[in-house]
Design a protein around this ligand. Structure first.
Ligand SMILES: Cc1cc2nc3c(=O)[nH]c(=O)nc-3n(C[C@H](O)[C@H](O)[C@H](O)COP(=O)(O)OP(=O)(O)OC[C@H]3O[C@@H](n4cnc5c(N)ncnc54)[C@H](O)[C@@H]3O)c2cc1C
Length: 410
């Protein structure tokens, strides 16, 4: 494994101190937004970073992502140029609309971001991934490496992969998503249970007068919504989210596409046309899982970030955004502390309460989609006591969420 020396501009860019000598090799499991962002941040500290990803090859999958000001600010702290590229390639959202399934207007309002320092951005998932991957030396990305087991001792963490290879690192970061193997082994937890919702996502070049540039439009009825986002460069992303009491898995891509078309039967013809144009092979079908509220994210030389640390449903669009918050906090703590234990303690102390509050508020959003009369102050769940900040009004919660200042944390 090679030691990567950062350029001087990288070091002065975001990190006040060079890395402490206790840490050299860092292994990251997963090349999703969490893993890529963590590698970018830690590479800048001069650490010998390696990402191990089970996928055999990256391919364009059909999803778009909304980045909100808290996520954009965190990503800008990690690498300001990434945000510049996102602004050029993606779309800055300026209007939010809700329509009936047949297209009649229900709500039409501007997106207010002037109090939050950064805009709301929508971009194709694959573009985000490509922009981030281009920031990393290709040799640190090890595809076709599915982690099956790790063992840690005082000095290192030893990793075993399904292809028979092994590696030894000083710090292991589990960025392996909602069904994290690292989380499972670290805390002996099962995967999250099915949450009663299914989602299908796609991206397609498409134009229609109901779906103008820079708009988010939701076509909805009780228990079923189709969310459409301008992703920039002529692309439109769509996500169908619906209550489905039992988990559904399509046998093949064409069956998933047929299911979406069936669910949108009698909705506005433009929506049917959009789905028909979408390549079935790129449609992503995902069950929504119940959250897991973890009181602790680290143990010894192993820690968690992103969906592995705080799995949540997609209803607030905060999964990736919270992930970028984690990454900036973790990299700051690693650069500030002289030993790993202190760094991971500081990371948890700065992150867990906020991430849990977002998890609970996401649960509230799911409950409110079932019962529109539910108010946040009344919200209760069997998954523990709801934090006060998750029970405030929508405006107060949005301000708390989006006014987040990464430089004031950790
Ligand atoms: C319908 C829908 C819409 C969403 N919309 C938004 C949105 O608008 N905004 C937002 O912020 N979030 C959104 N999210 C949430 C977002 O997708 C996740 O929060 C985000 O992808 C989490 O990133 P991650 O890197 O932690 O995990 P992932 O993206 O899941 O990445 C994990 C990576 O780890 C790899 N991996 C897993 N196990 C192993 C292993 N054992 N060994 C090696 N590699 C492994 C996987 O292949 C994968 O590449 C949405 C989610 C859904 C389902």
């Amino acid at each position: 494994m090679t030691f990567n020396t950062p350029s001087e501009s990288q070091l002065v860019d975001t990190n006040p101190k060079p890395p402490s000598i206790y840490l050299d090799k860092v292994g990251i499991i997963g090349a999703g937004p969490a893993g890529l962002a963590a590698a970018i941040a830690l590479e800048k500290q001069g650490l010998d970073v390696h990402i191990f990803e089970r996928t055999k090859a990256f391919r364009p999958i059909g999803a778009g992502v909304t980045l909100s000001p808290n996520g954009v600010k965190s990503l800008a702290a990690i690498d300001a140029d990434i945000v510049q590229q996102l602004k050029q390639q993606g779309s800055q959202l300026n209007r939010f609309r809700i329509r009936t399934t047949r297209g009649w207007p229900i709500l039409n309002q501007p997106v207010k971001d002037d109090e939050y320092d950064q805009p709301f951005l929508a971009i194709r998932w694959f573009s985000l991934q490509e922009i981030m991957r281009a920031k990393l030396p290709p040799e640190i990305l090890h595809l076709n490496h599915q982690l099956i087991h790790f063992e840690q001792n005082q000095q290192s963490v030893n990793l075993s992969f399904d292809n028979g290879e092994t590696a030894s690192v000083d710090l292991l970061i589990g960025a392996d998503g909602i069904r994290s193997v690292v989380r499972k082994q670290l805390f002996g937890l099962e995967d999250p249970a099915y949450g009663g919702w299914m989602t299908w996502r796609g991206v397609q070049k498409y134009q229609h007068r109901l779906l103008p540039p820079h708009h988010t439009t939701i076509f909805a009825k009780r228990g079923k919504s189709l969310i459409l986002l301008d992703n920039g460069q002529g692309y439109l992303s769509w996500a169908l989210e619906m209550i489905n009491p039992t988990i559904h898995r399509s046998q093949h891509p064409e069956a998933a596409k047929a299911r979406v078309l069936q669910e949108l039967d009698h909705w506005h013809p433009a929506l049917q046309e959009l789905i028909k144009l979408t390549d079935a092979d790129t449609i992503v079908e995902r069950p929504v899982c119940e959250p897991i509220i973890l009181p602790q994210w680290s143990n010894g030389r192993v820690t968690l970030i992103g969906d592995a640390a705080h799995p949540m449903a997609p209803f607030l669009g905060q999964g990736t955004n919270t992930t970028f918050e984690d990454v900036w906090a973790l990299s700051t703590c690693l650069s500030q502390q002289d030993n790993l234990e202190a760094a991971l303690d500081q990371y948890e102390a700065s992150r867990i309460e906020r991430a849990q509050t977002i998890q609970y508020r996401t649960m509230f959003s799911a409950a409110q989609m079932r019962n529109p009369f539910l108010r946040p102050q009344w919200f209760k769940t069997s998954l523990g006591e709801v934090p006060k900040q998750a029970k405030v009004s929508e405006k107060a919660f949005s301000d708390w969420l989006y006014q987040y200042d990464p430089s004031a944390q950790a």
